[in-house]
Ligand binder design. Structure first.
Ligand code: F6P
Length: 533
């Protein structure tokens, strides 16, 4: 199937996307579902390519794998785990079984404990050791224990009416120092968020935060100022966090898929339990759409197929995510983990080498900022970078509707410019109108040519509410899932992060001077020596 699709691509590679547009194309090559509009008509995908892509998807057993995921089968084969982040937003509570056990009662119980805690803290019933209300929350976590809540907290700023949240992730002491310096220990709650409760960055920062609380409020105060979010009750107890301050989850929630459960506690404290439920409800709506819409009308599935078309078929190795929404400033970073940690694999589920590229490099920045930075390369560089635009119909700032119009105009103008381009003849005409003549016209005109025919998709959503954001994140999760199944790899493990962790542990004593590092290569030894000087 891949070969057939590649031939289709080769046969149509020189065709101008613009030529594909008749009266029907925009409607035919877009999907409207649950108030979302996903437009992929500005790509070189035609009916034959779409049919071929859907045939590919069917041939890879995506429907069966989807059913297996939702029903709690252990599809994460290299870790022997089910993949059930969808159960965290299964608000109806319909049974979902792992090893014959319904996981829903446990999930509902934890959600309701989180809600009780959040309401009491927001309402001033849960106080610091000295009787002060909590004004600030510091979430200490990294990767999936940071990116989800940190991204969503910024995205839902208009809904935040609880304590201020801060996120510490980096082991670089600058991170925790810069955050704690502006805070008062007496009014600060520290959340230690770590699925494993062993991650070196998180545990190091958590110890520093503990020392900061104890230095100011005394040893007995620590309990009132700490909460843990983890699957590892033994480790949270060893850290000294009381069981009633631990919100647990199970190993079938992957770190990068965990914002829907306890890892989202900081968010719930900020926006309140009702809006947090709206966030879950949006994700659940997307789950249903993904489960039931036919493939050609299924947004995550078609988003995945567009991604495969661009990466594995056309050979465009990277993908730019360009939200025209300032509050989605951390979405590209969030998607980098979601997509690259999930599908950045070089072997298939059965351990054989992948016969095609793994998932794409994902990067981006909100528009319009990116326009004044890296869009130059997207428009005129030698590489083709498929772009994924996103924009809201409406902003939250009703009084600034004129700015929203400008924002939308910029978003649409970029995808139009990428597709349309500017020919040498058009550029020459512009130069001659400016009064240039002779060879200088062509020389100057060539710098002003835009090759065009550069593909993009656009997602339009009503407004960035908790519900809509839930839909959008779940949409990306399912897109990553479909891409992973089509590529035949395991999207739910992350062995590629382990080697660096092991070597860092081994290097630490070398840098501290207690080991000589004689077994290290020449470059590493030189760098260590220079750093120690
Ligand atoms: O090192 C990668 C990773 O395991 C991610 O998958 C995960 O999100 C992150 O580290 C944090 O892990 P934990 O929540 O266990 O601290």
């Amino acid at each position: 199937m891949f070969e057939k699709l590649k031939s289709l691509h080769v046969a149509t590679a020189e065709r101008a996307i613009l030529q594909l547009f008749d009266e029907e194309r925009a409607g035919d090559f877009s999907i409207r579902a649950d108030d979302l509009l996903f437009d992929y008509s500005k790509t070189n995908i035609d009916a034959a390519a779409r049919d071929g892509l859907i045939e590919l998807l069917n041939s890879r057993g995506v429907a069966a794998k989807r059913a297996a995921m939702f029903s709690g089968e252990k599809i994460n084969e290299t870790e022997g785990r089910a993949v059930l982040h969808t159960a965290l937003r299964n608000l109806d509570g319909e049974a979902v079984k792992v090893d014959g056990q319904d996981v829903m009662p446990g999930i509902q119980d934890t959600l309701s404990r989180m809600e009780t805690f959040a309401s009491a803290l927001r309402g001033g019933e849960i106080l610091g050791a000295g009787g002060d209300r909590f004004t600030d929350v510091v979430n200490i976590g990294i990767g999936g224990s940071d990116l989800g809540p940190a991204m969503v907290y910024l995205a839902l700023a208009p809904y935040a009416n609880g304590p201020r949240c801060h996120f510490v992730s980096n082991v670089d002491g600058a991170h925790i120092s810069d955050i704690l310096v502006g805070l008062n220990p007496a009014t600060t709650l520290v959340i230690v968020a770590s699925k494993t409760f062993t991650t070196i960055e998180t545990m190091t920062n958590a110890q520093k935060a503990r020392a900061w609380i104890v230095a100011s409020l005394g040893e007995t105060a620590a309990g009132a100022h700490f909460v843990a979010l983890s699957t590892a009750a033994d480790h949270t107890a060893a850290f000294g966090i009381a069981p009633e301050r631990v919100f647990g989850f199970e190993d079938w929630v992957g770190g990068r898929y965990s914002v829907w459960g306890p890892i989202g506690l900081s968010l719930m404290l900020a926006i309140g339990a009702d809006d947090f439920r709206q966030f879950l409800a949006g994700a659940q709506a997307m789950d249903r759409h993904f489960q039931h819409a036919p493939w050609a009308e299924n947004i995550p599935a078609m988003l995945a197929l567009v991604g495969i078309w661009h990466n594995q078929i056309c050979g465009h190795a990277t993908r730019a995510v360009l939200p025209y929404e300032q509050r989605l400033t951390r979405l590209p970073a969030y998607l980098q983990q979601l997509e690259m940690e999930s599908n950045g694999k070089r072997v298939a589920m059965d351990g054989t080498d992948l016969p095609y590229e793994s998932g794409p490099v994902v990067w981006g920045e909100p528009g319009t900022n990116g326009q004044h930075a890296f869009y130059q390369l997207i428009h005129q560089g030698t590489r083709v970078i498929p772009c994924e635009f996103m924009v809201a119909q409406e902003g939250h700032e009703a009084e600034l509707a004129d700015q929203h119009h400008l924002l939308v105009a910029n978003c649409l103008a970029q995808s139009e410019a990428l597709m349309r381009g500017r020919t040498l003849a058009e550029a020459t005409e512009i130069m001659s109108q400016k009064g240039l003549s002779g060879d200088e016209i062509e020389r100057q005109a060539r710098h002003r040519v835009f090759p065009g025919n550069r593909p993009s998709t656009t997602l339009v959503y009503p407004k960035l509410t908790p519900f809509v954001l839930g839909q959008i994140i779940a949409m990306y999760e399912h897109r990553v899932f479909v891409e992973g199944v089509v590529l035949g790899l395991n999207s739910f493990d992350q062995w590629g992060v382990e080697l660096g962790k092991e070597l860092a542990l081994a290097l630490s004593p070398v840098l501290a001077g207690s080991e000589d590092g004689a077994d290290k290569d020449g470059s590493t030894r030189m760098l260590v020596a220079h750093l120690k000087r």
